[in-house]
Design a protein around this ligand. Structure first.
Ligand code: ZN
Length: 203
């Protein structure tokens, strides 16, 4: 399986990193070895002094597809979850500066927290899902899917032009504002509509 991630999908997050607003979705991949299951600790890698949390809505692909039309994209997933796209911001900044790929900063072991999933039938609208990340009990990131520049179905349509989507693939849909450095002993908890989806101890 593979993890397809979207960057710069929320205006306020683009602003906080002083990035350019993209004209098309920004896409990168993580390998399956990046997955950190909920309740496993996250170890800050030795190559970074500035690992940031990015809480994101995660979509689990349920059917093989290529060149999926946005209006049929909803047939390709049944579950919505929450995760963290851990990012070594210091390393990413160096790579960005040189125009190099981001993988070392984004796709390292443990960089993709995958929490619980909920059936999409539980939501009134996928375009109005509230989600939140707390660090040591304090809210640090809060988002709503209504603020996405590209909606889930548009992202699936776009990504499937380049990559065949397979059952079990995960789509990380981008982070809202509030990304920040994690430190040892932090406890990160993610919530969708107030329901806990993961709890991660940073080490
Ligand atoms: Zn991200």
């Amino acid at each position: 399986m593979k993890i397809i991630c979207i960057g710069r999908n929320y205006t306020e997050h683009i602003a906080e990193l002083q990035n350019e607003r993209p004209t098309e979705p920004v896409i990168f991949l993580k390998p399956d070895t990046a997955i950190l299951l909920k309740q496993a600790p996250f170890f800050i890698p030795e190559f970074s002094d500035d690992v940031h949390h990015e809480v994101e809505i995660v979509v689990k692909i349920s059917k093989v597809g290529k060149y999926i039309d946005a209006k049929f994209a909803h047939k390709y997933y049944n579950e919505i979850g929450l995760g963290i796209d851990f990012t070594a911001r210091d390393l990413q900044a160096k790579l960005k500066e040189k125009g190099l790929p981001w993988e070392k900063a984004k796709a390292f072991d443990g960089s993709a927290v995958v929490g619980d999933f909920l059936p999409k039938s539980e939501f009134n609208s996928l375009e109005n899902i509230t989600f939140e990340l707390t660090s040591n009990g304090q809210t640090v990131q809060k988002g709503n899917t209504s603020h996405m520049l590209w909606k889930i179905d548009e992202l699936i349509a776009y990504a499937s032009q380049y990559f065949t989507l397979k059952t079990g693939d995960l789509l990380f849909t981008g982070t809202p504002a509030g990304v920040a450095k994690v430190k040892a002993d932090d406890v990160l908890e993610g919530f969708i509509e107030g329901k806990q989806m993961f709890r991660i101890q940073v080490k």
